[in-house]
Design a protein around this ligand. Structure first.
Ligand code: 6PG
Length: 265
């Protein structure tokens, strides 16, 4: 994780995970927006571009709205932003379940991101072939460099991106960046970035907001390492920890004794 002036607010939980609790929902979304803007500026200044993988879910949607609204849209040099997705549902881009469509509808379609820099996952057909093409595309566009930022959520069953408990995508070979994944629980195909791809990224944020996330958050941060049961546990490495960004409602069951400080972005 690139270090910024909030690094003293971060609590290390284990050798792969850190947590920050910026405050209630509003403060936490504001923190996430500010983090995106800071990372984009930093990466564009350092390397000339900002390659980010977006995710689906309700929190990213709020962040996307905030980023593309009047207050924040001029704070990012969008012409230098390259958009990928961390996962996608097996639906066409105009379907309301599409993660691509969600980002566009939440305001990204109004930003001056060059069309040639927007790479949606084509998960609605030939998922195996299109997953291979997507990983080739990432390598080509970034010349083998890692993504700058991966934005993730966590489901109540511990899934992240479309890495669901006990599914095949959790066990693919180390060289795969993107794979198709059948999810029996919801009887559908998904396309998803793998641990290899996510854990190579320069920065990884996991958003956990709202009371509905309190139970799973407590489990994944306190239970022994078992990513087959809790896939989110496999995100983050000892060399490059993943940052959970948690609001007060989601944090209620985290051990009070851990002494989590609060911060503003
Ligand atoms: C998706 C996501 C998925 C999501 C979690 C959390 O395609 O749905 O990528 O992994 O991030 O399910 O979603 P919420 O933030 O809506 O709870």
């Amino acid at each position: 994780m690139e270090k910024f002036n909030y690094s003293d607010q971060i609590v290390t939980i284990d050798d792969r995970h850190e947590v920050i609790i910026p405050g209630g929902r509003i403060e936490t979304i504001a923190f996430c927006i500010a983090q995106f803007i800071r990372l984009a500026s930093h990466c564009i200044h350092q390397r000339g571009y900002f390659a980010v993988a977006l995710s689906g879910g309700s929190t990213p949607e709020e962040i996307f709205r905030g980023l593309s609204g009047e207050i924040n849209r001029y704070k990012v040099d969008w012409e230098r932003v390259i958009l990928f997705w961390s996962d996608e549902r097996s639906v066409p881009p105009d379907a309301k379940e599409s993660n691509y469509r969600m980002a566009m509808d939440a305001g990204f379609s109004t930003l001056p991101i060059p069309e040639d820099n927007i790479f949606r996952m084509k998960a609605e057909e030939e998922p195996e072939r299109n997953a291979k093409l997507y990983e080739k595309l990432i390598n080509e566009k970034l010349s083998g460099a890692p993504l700058d930022f991966v934005m993730l959520g966590v489901g109540q069953d511990g899934h992240t991106a479309s890495l669901f408990p006990k599914t095949h995508a959790l066990h693919t070979s180390e060289d795969r960046l993107v794979v198709e994944n059948f999810v029996p629980k919801i009887d559908t195909w998904r396309m998803t970035m793998t641990y290899t791809c996510i854990n190579a990224a320069r920065n990884v944020a996991i958003y956990a907001l709202g009371a509905g996330k309190a139970e799973i958050l407590e489990k994944v941060l306190s239970q022994p390492f078992d990513p087959d049961t809790y896939p989110i546990q496999g995100v983050g490495t000892p060399e490059n920890k993943a940052l959970f960004i948690v609001d007060e409602d989601a944090a209620v069951r985290l051990k009070k004794s851990s002494g989590f400080p609060h911060s503003n972005a």
